[in-house]
Design a protein. Structure first.
Length: 210
C-alpha cells in the first residue's frame, strides 16, 4: 500500500467533454473539482426538489475523493487507485468505505483505506484490487450493456442526473449510477471517529451507438 501527499495543481480550463481524456490523471480530478466549486451544478432551489440531491447536499464533507482501476475495463491485475483532496484546514483520515449490497446476493464489501490527507493537500493511495461493483443493480446492468466505468467518486456535477445519459455527442456518451455507502472518517488530532451515509457516483462512458 502506497500513500503520498502532494500539492494540488492549478485549476485547469478543460471543458467537460475533455474529461474523458484526463479521467485517469490527477489533472482530470482537479479539473472536475474546480468545475464543481465554480458552480456547474444545478441551482440550490432545483436541487432541493430531488431527494438524492437534497441528501447529498446534507453531506458536505471537505474531503472529495475518486477511485479508479484499469481492471474495470481491461484484462489486467491492476489494483485500485484512490485520489483525494482535503479542502479543510485540518488533517482528515479516510478510514474505510462500506459498499452495501442493495441486491441481496453479493454481501457488503468494505474498502479499508486508512488514508491520511493533510489540510489543503491532495493524497493518492494504491490498493490491491477489490470488487466494489457488485451489489448494485444499476452498475450491474450498465456494465453488462458494455459501458466503460471510468471513475467512482463522492462528488458530481449534478446528482439528480442519475440513470440518465448526461452527455451525448458524436464522440462519446456519459452515464451515471448512484450508490449508498457508509464512510468512516477519523480526526487524527483527537482520534474522534465519524461515520456517515453518503452517495457515490459511478461514472460510465462509451462510444455512441450507430
Amino acid at each position: 500500500m502506497i500513500v503520498k501527499n502532494f500539492v494540488a495543481s492549478p485549476r485547469t480550463r478543460y471543458p467537460i467533454p475533455r474529461f474523458r481524456a484526463t479521467v485517469a490523471r490527477h489533472m482530470g480530478v482537479a479539473a472536475l473539482l474546480s468545475l464543481v466549486a465554480a458552480g456547474f451544478a444545478v441551482s440550490a432551489s432545483a436541487q432541493s426538489s430531488d431527494p438524492l440531491t437534497a441528501a447529498q447536499e446534507g453531506f458536505d464533507h471537505p474531503v472529495k475523493y475518486a477511485i479508479y482501476s484499469a481492471a474495470w475495463h481491461l484484462s489486467t491485475n491492476a489494483g485500485l487507485r484512490v485520489v483525494a483532496q482535503n479542502q479543510s484546514e485540518s488533517p482528515v483520515e479516510l478510514r474505510s468505505i462500506l459498499f452495501r449490497d442493495e441486491i441481496g446476493n453479493a454481501g457488503d464489501s468494505e474498502l479499508k483505506l486508512n488514508m491520511l490527507i493533510a489540510p489543503g493537500k491532495w493524497a493518492e493511495l494504491q490498493l490491491p484490487f477489490q470488487d466494489i461493483l457488485a451489489g448494485n443493480e444499476c452498475v450491474k446492468r450498465t456494465m453488462e450493456d458494455d459501458w466503460k466505468l471510468v471513475e467512482i467518486s463522492n462528488y458530481t456535477l449534478n446528482p439528480s442526473v442519475r440513470g440518465l445519459i448526461i452527455e451525448d455527442t458524436r464522440s462519446f456518451r456519459i452515464y451515471q449510477c448512484v450508490r449508498s455507502v457508509r464512510t468512516t472518517w477519523v480526526n487524527p488530532e483527537n482520534n474522534n471517529e465519524q461515520v456517515d451515509n453518503q452517495w457515490l457516483m459511478y461514472h460510465f462512458e462509451r462510444l455512441p451507438l450507430e
